[in-house]
Design a protein around this ligand. Structure first.
Ligand code: 4AD
Ligand code: MG
Length: 478
């Protein structure tokens, strides 16, 4: 019954020559008991269905309400009205599912993004979220396309893990032990030997360590999976559950790593520019309208599409951490005490500092390398100066950090020494250290935060609006 259905997007791309078609979708609006705007999620453009007066009985007409689902068969003809190229002159119309107009929360008017977050199960049915999630899909597809074309192997790294890749300790515990009366050791601590995996386990914060194992066999791999962080950051850039893409390359140094990351980001943008033009134009318009309410100095200097074009057509700026700190110290913002957080060599740059660099100073994406070792993970390759590591962060306008990565410490002695200093238990990571024992190679990799990339490309401003069902502190609805 359903296989003869045509997608609205395909239909609108074809010529209306009186052909008979069957379409299915949800009613966006119904005017004058005659014109139905039908949407099936393939595009934001609705299909206009024309119901001839007298064709349907009174009762059926009443059931054509916003949100109801329909199956319509009719003839595709050039539209007489303005605003669309074709109409479907219905010959039969079936209501697949009613939608009580009194109760349906989505009215054909503008709703705030905050309100739509509360009805995230229905927000896909709006133009904004239609565009956002089609773009998100296209970006995910392009990720695989990019790495496949380069001969990288896609690794599925574990989601439940006993190691803490970033050493930051902000992990969600996975356990089947009873909370009220967990088994205890003699000293009163919880006995995880009794737990499901016979040890303490968590949700992964990153697939990198396992990715490195695979890279030292396949040369080039990538992961693309969910990661979890129990940091209590209630910001527009943080999720407790987010998706990350982590390529890992053997025979690769920090410069190759930067080149790949830049090429990758540009490739993703180009793919969406080529395949999702209509959605980008809609989102660009949406952003422009939203920004009209902001004071002049808070508005973006470029429109969304203009910004994306600019990014793909220009080199990213590349600076060292030390240069970044110098720029901040010389900045008018610093001199006028506009920064809330302290600026000096050694700080972990705050979002206000990163945004100053990309939005005010360089006005383009910036790759910062050579961070102080104290603020970075144990696995980063130590530079000869004894103070910095071969780390790289990519900062994007409007987003801040979008990529974090590094060349890895491939020298066993240097690595174990650093682990000792940072109290990372070497016994637990015996398998990781084995890669440095057996055929170690210079290697590097990075992690791109997928939702931050979707934010950048869609021009949305809150990360909760680019993932279907956001998980944030005190929120796991749906
Ligand atoms: O900089 P991070 O913590 O790096 C890693 O996890 C490394 N293991 C990556 C690697 O070298 N293979 O995270 C990488 C990126 C960040 O730059 C940011 O874009 C994103 O992941 N990210 C988050 N996105 C949303 N919500 C959060 N809480 C995020 N934390 C990091
Ligand atoms: Mg980082």
């Amino acid at each position: 019954m359903f296989n003869k259905r045509v997608k609205v997007k395909d239909l609108l791309a074809s010529e209306p020559t009186g052909q008979e078609v069957t379409v299915m979708g949800w009613v966006r609006t119904f005017r004058n008991n005659q014109f139905i705007a039908l949407n099936d999620g393939s595009t934001n453009n609705n299909l206009q269905i024309v119901v001839e007066l007298g064709m349907l009985d009174e009762n059926t007409l009443k059931r054509i309400t916003t949100g109801a689902s329909l199956k319509v068969t009719g003839k595709a003809v050039p539209s007489l009205g303005k605003g669309q190229k074709m109409d479907i002159n219905a010959t039969s119309l079936e209501i697949l599912g009613d939608s009580d107009a009194e109760k349906f929360p989505l009215q054909p008017k503008k709703h705030s993004l905050e309100f739509l977050r509360e009805i995230a199960h229905l927000r896909f049915r709006t133009n904004t979220f239609g565009s956002v999630f089609r773009v998100r899909h296209a970006l995910a597809f392009a990720v695989h396309k990019f790495f496949n074309e380069k001969g990288f192997v896609y690794m599925h790294t574990p989601i439940v893990t006993a190691s803490d890749a970033e050493g930051a300790g902000e992990m969600f515990r996975v356990t089947t032990l009873p909370f009220d009366n967990p088994p205890r050791n003699e000293d009163g601590t919880i006995n995880f030997k009794e737990d499901f995996f016979g040890r303490s386990t968590n949700l992964t914060v990153s697939g990198q360590l396992e990715g490195e194992l695979a890279a030292t066999a396949f040369s080039e791999i990538y992961t693309f999976g969910p990661t979890f962080r129990a940091e209590n950051s209630n910001t527009a850039r943080h999720l407790a559950e987010f998706w990350m893409i982590e390529p890992e390359m053997a025979f690769c140094d920090i410069e190759d790593n930067q080149n790949l990351a830049e090429e990758f980001i540009k490739y993703l943008i180009r793919h969406v520019m080529e395949h999702n033009r209509e959605d980008l134009e809609f989102l660009s318009q949406r952003l422009a309208e939203e920004e009209k309410q902001l004071p002049q100095d808070k508005r973006s200097e470029m429109g969304l599409i203009e910004k994306l074009e600019f990014v793909i057509n220009n080199d990213f700026e590349r600076i060292t951490y030390t240069e970044a700190i110098d720029i901040l110290l010389q900045s008018p913002a610093y001199k006028k005490k506009k920064f809330q957080y302290e600026v000096k060599w050694g700080i972990d740059m705050q979002s206000e500092h990163e945004r100053y660099l990309v939005e005010k100073h360089f006005k383009k994406p910036v790759i910062v390398t050579g961070y102080p070792k104290e603020i970075k993970a144990f696995y980063m390759r130590q530079n000869d100066d004894g103070k910095t590591v071969a780390a790289m962060d990519i900062l994007a306008p409007g987003i801040g950090e979008i990529v974090g990565g590094s060349q890895r410490e491939e020298r066993l002695d240097k690595l174990t020494e650093r682990m000792k200093e940072m109290h990372i238990p070497a016994e637990e990571l015996w398998w990781y250290l084995d890669t440095r024992r057996y055929g170690t190679v210079p290697h590097a990799g990075f992690g791109l935060g997928f939702e931050r990339m979707v934010l950048f490309v869609t021009g949305m401003t809150n990360i909760r609006d680019v993932i279907a069902f956001p998980r944030t502190p005190k929120n796991a609805e749906f």
